[in-house]
Design a protein around this ligand. Structure first.
Ligand code: LIP
Length: 286
């Protein structure tokens, strides 16, 4: 049977690379910075321009109506993931980094069919690292196979957590209290690149053992979820339940031992879902 999504997978890599070239051209130029959900949730004309290039290329290739699109900069309010073939796009993941010239900015493109993630592409464009993965076909960085770390002892791990763009004191307190508890397990270190997609690729390459965050969006993590899983890792809800792409909560890890130990320390707080549906607690898989 013809593999109907292989062409889309290969095309997504081409489009991600083209989008990354635009980011690289623009990062050193003067730019107008606007804000979204808070004074520190930044957006630039490049975010919007790159998303238009990506979606325009995909519509030209696959038709205006055949596929659906969920893009960070074209999603006003809640977004719904349907059974239709759907592209889930973050044109500039790490916008704050982009504005400041901090060298971690990624293009993240994922593709879902019947609500199942089929493939993901993350182009860390300033590093020129093209991460990609397709269900059942492995994960790669610049066409070299990648796999998660084999460390199971959390005291020998590096963990990534991000503080996000919400500055509500009660949430910030939970975020840093969680970080403090994890740091003092102890772990070897806490890190964060400032882009969820890149953080997940760092889990997939074994550079770190886990990355978790509450407050990310579906477009930040959809592609990285496929890449982590195909690299041999796991992607869960921060409570240990099944990963829910629209929940804005995610824990990716190399192994369940690491995931279980982190889950014990996470102080969970509520955030509105991407699809606007009330968060239903799922049973933990541990
Ligand atoms: C970013 C995420 C990151 C989060 C930042 C921001 P953006 O996405 O990738 O994990 O901590 O607050 O949301 O907004 O740069 O596309």
């Amino acid at each position: 049977m013809a593999d109907e999504w292989q062409e889309a997978y290969e095309f997504a890599v081409e489009v991600a690379r083209k989008a990354g070239m635009v980011i690289k051209q623009e990062i050193d130029k003067e730019m107008k910075v606007l804000t979204k959900s808070s004074t520190v949730d930044l957006v630039t004309k490049t975010d919007e321009r790159v998303e238009k290039i990506i979606i325009g290329s995909l519509k030209t290739k696959f038709g205006e109506k055949a596929h659906k699109f969920i893009g960070e900069e074209s999603t006003e309010k809640g977004c719904e993931l349907t059974d239709a073939p759907t592209w889930i796009i973050d044109p500039v993941d790490g916008t704050t980094n982009f504005v400041h010239g901090f060298p971690f900015v990624a293009v993240s493109i994922a593709f879902a069919v019947k609500k199942e993630l089929e493939f993901g592409v993350v182009y860390s464009c300033l590093e020129d690292k093209m991460y990609r993965a397709r269900n059942g076909k492995g994960a790669f960085c610049n066409d070299e196979p990648i796999s998660v770390s084999d460390v199971k002892d959390i005291t020998k791990s590096i963990i990534i957590s991000e503080h996000g763009t919400d500055r509500t004191p009660a949430k910030v307190e939970k975020i840093f209290s969680t970080m403090q508890k994890i740091l003092c397990i102890p772990v070897h270190g806490l890190r964060g690149s400032g882009t969820a997609a890149t953080n997940m690729c760092l889990v997939a390459t074994g550079a770190v053992e886990a990355f978790f965050e509450i407050g990310i969006h579906c477009w930040d993590v959809a592609a990285g979820a496929v890449i982590v899983r195909e690299a041999g890792g796991i992607v869960l809800d921060v409570s240990g339940g099944p990963f829910d792409l629209m929940s804005r909560r995610m824990l990716s890890a190399n192994h369940e031992d690491i995931a279980k130990r982190i889950i014990k320390e996470i102080e969970v707080f509520e955030v509105p879902r991407d699809d606007g549906v009330k968060h239903l607690q799922q049973p933990s898989s541990f």
